[in-house]
Design a protein around this ligand. Structure first.
Ligand SMILES: *Cc1c(COP(=O)(O)O)cnc(C)c1O
Length: 282
């Protein structure tokens, strides 16, 4: 397992990779404000708030869900982002859907001034360039590279930097078949495949089997997984191994992209439902 989660205890490793060249570009363009979009538990929102503060940018988060405005201190992700200085604008789900439209963005410019726009989830060509730095020559001995997918930016970087003898397997954390097209926008090679059987009902959805698996994995390896992305991917890889998907003797590298900041928020939801929670203590 490649431990991108160790880059920072709270902020997802792959989100730092995705922001690296975007922050350089924002500085190049002499922007002082970063503006981006996300859900209330978003790893991306946490990362932009933290990295923005580190690099001297003002940050603005357009958050999906108007009802959150009054309870922003209660959610661990948003209170972390706020502690990093992020300013929030809570918008309705209907308004949020219009976020890529020029008129919506112009309204935001009228309100907040001249910002550098980071797309939802952070994926653009510069983000993919950053993710191309995840794999190094030291990883050349692996036959399979496995990672979780949200928007497809991270896997596109892995695909571009993988060696021709390597195959990249992506595990979508959500339902839908649009990801193949998204990935083709940024990925130049054909040595990859999506494994779509392990989304557990969709984005942000979990069940007791997944949580029990994550807890077992943690107690046997001391590696904490997150419930949105890496938990599902690792579950999938081990399930494929058990079902002889991989040729015998294959060397498999899993990318731990991080996401651990989301555990606290998920555990609060699970506790409210009185179901199994994610163990964070050995
Ligand atoms: C965002 C995220 C992903 C997905 O990355 P994409 O580039 O959007 O596909 C995977 N793992 C974690 C922990 C993330 O935060």
């Amino acid at each position: 397992m490649k431990r991108e989660d160790l880059i920072h205890p709270f902020v997802s490793g792959n989100k730092f990779r995705k922001l690296k060249y975007n922050l350089l570009e924002a500085k190049e363009q002499k922007k002082e404000i970063l503006l981006t979009f996300g859900g209330a538990y978003s790893n991306h929102i946490a990362a932009v708030a933290f990295a923005g503060q580190q690099h001297g940018f003002k940050t603005i988060g357009i958050i999906r869900g108007e009802e959150l405005g009054s309870q922003q201190d209660l959610n661990p992700t948003l209170s972390f982002a706020k502690s990093c200085g992020m300013q929030f604008e809570f918008v309705s789900r209907e308004a949020y859907r219009l976020k890529s439209e020029e008129s919506f963005i112009q309204d935001l410019r009228d309100t907040f001034g001249d910002f550098y726009l980071v797309p939802e989830g952070g994926t653009n060509a510069l983000a993919v360039k950053g993710c191309q730095e995840i794999l190094t020559e030291q990883d050349a001995g692996f036959d399979f590279i496995c990672c979780a997918i949200g928007t497809g930016g991270t896997i596109s970087g892995l695909i571009n930097s993988a060696y021709p003898h390597q195959k990249v397997l992506g595990f979508p954390a959500l339902k839908g078949d649009f990801l193949n097209d998204e990935i083709r926008i940024f990925a130049q090679n054909e040595n990859w495949k999506l494994i779509s059987d392990y989304h557990f009902g969709g984005y942000g959805k979990v069940n007791e089997e997944l949580i029990a698996f994550m807890n077992h994995f943690f107690s046997t390896t001391q590696i904490l997984l997150d419930p949105i992305y890496t938990g599902k991917m690792v579950y999938g890889v081990l399930d494929l191994i058990a079902n002889n998907y991989f040729p015998s003797g294959s060397k498999i590298l899993m990318i731990h992209t991080g996401g651990l900041q989301g555990i606290q928020g998920m555990n609060e939801k699970l506790s409210r439902k009185n179901v199994l929670t994610i163990n964070v203590n050995v």
